[in-house]
Design a protein around this ligand. Structure first.
Ligand code: NAP
Length: 285
């Protein structure tokens, strides 16, 4: 990679950011396409977000990814918002269009592309069983709604948060049936999981030292797949449990890949070298 005075700068704002795999993936893609671009990590304190946003304009940074804890706070700082940002209230990609900062949420198409690729899953007229009610869950619910889902069951440890999401999305998508459930309601859990066409974990359960979920996967009907957004460890406890029962199950590295692919294509208006990006990401594990 030859960096010079005309190199275009891209990067990620987070706090912390040193663990991010996005620089690996995007620098590999720039290299593959021979683009004079570089992607860096920027550790931004929450109190410094506005000045970091001004710096995007001042330094003519071309594009930025946003990760924890800035995804929601960043929305207010932008000049234009795309529909998935409005739906989720969160932004993970910014494009600098001649000084106007446009916000995207590529987690939304990213997760849908991942489950399409992993399981050939099309949400139209289906029922999804979604665990979690945080930022990642909003991206999954938005993707499912945009894809024409019929019913969504939102299951969360804290049921009131699931109800809040139901209210927000029901306003936007009155034709979708939303049900909410507490994770410890084992009887309803069994019956609703058995009626679902896909099970998606978008909670942090099973990530690192956080205890895994205890779901009655044995009641899953037919060949409904299990997708776990968690990707640390790569083989998550949920994926292990599901595969033991003979179910199709994958962890969230493919979502990480496709949110990056979507961001790359927005920034460069070129087709992303998906296989090189995948290799960069999967070889890092
Ligand atoms: P968040 O906003 O903090 O939400 C966390 C969610 O996890 C909440 O619903 C919380 O329930 C639940 N939770 C936490 N600990 C739990 C436990 N021990 N048992 C059951 N539920 C638990 O986080 P987020 O941004 O949505 O991220 C959630 C997960 O998705 C993380 O593991 C993150 O790495 C992953 N993720 C992956 C990708 C990808 O590209 N693959 C993208 C985004 C996020 P309460 O409401 O009860 O607290």
């Amino acid at each position: 990679m030859d960096i010079n005075a005309t190199t275009n700068i891209y990067g990620i704002f987070g706090h912390p950011v040193s663990h991010s795999l996005s620089p690996l993936m995007h620098n590999r893609a720039f290299d593959e396409l021979g683009l004079n671009c570089v992607y860096l990590g920027f550790d931004i304190n929450p109190g410094e977000l506005s000045s970091a946003v001004s710096a995007i304009k001042t330094l003519n940074v071309k594009g930025i990814n946003i990760t924890i804890p800035h995804k929601e706070a960043m929305v207010k700082q932008l000049d234009d918002l795309t529909e998935p940002v409005i739906l989720t209230g969160a932004v993970n990609t910014i494009k600098n269009e001649n000084g106007r900062l446009v916000g995207y949420n590529t987690d939304v198409p990213g997760v849908m592309r991942a489950i399409k690729e992993e399981f050939n899953f099309d949400p139209q007229f289906k029922t999804a069983f979604i665990i979690g009610a945080g930022g990642a869950s909003r991206a999954v619910i938005a993707g499912m709604c945009l894809g024409g889902i019929r019913q969504i069951v939102i299951v969360n440890r804290t049921k009131s948060k699931a109800e809040l999401l139901k209210t927000q999305f029901n306003d936007q998508y009155p034709n979708v049936i939303f049900k909410t459930l507490s994770l410890d309601d084992s009887k309803k859990l069994k019956s609703l999981i058995s009626e679902s066409d896909i099970i998606v974990n978008s909670s942090s359960a099973g990530m690192g030292d956080i205890p895994p979920l205890d779901l009655p996967l044995e009641t899953i009907a037919n060949d409904s797949p299990v997708y776990d957004l968690v990707y640390k460890p790569t083989l998550t406890p949920l994926v292990k449990q599901a595969r033991k029962l003979g179910l199709k199950a994958e962890s969230g590295l493919s979502m990480l890949l496709y949110q990056g692919v979507e961001a790359f294509e927005i920034w460069t208006e070129k087709k992303a070298p998906v296989e090189s990006m995948r290799e960069a990401l999967f070889n890092s594990q």
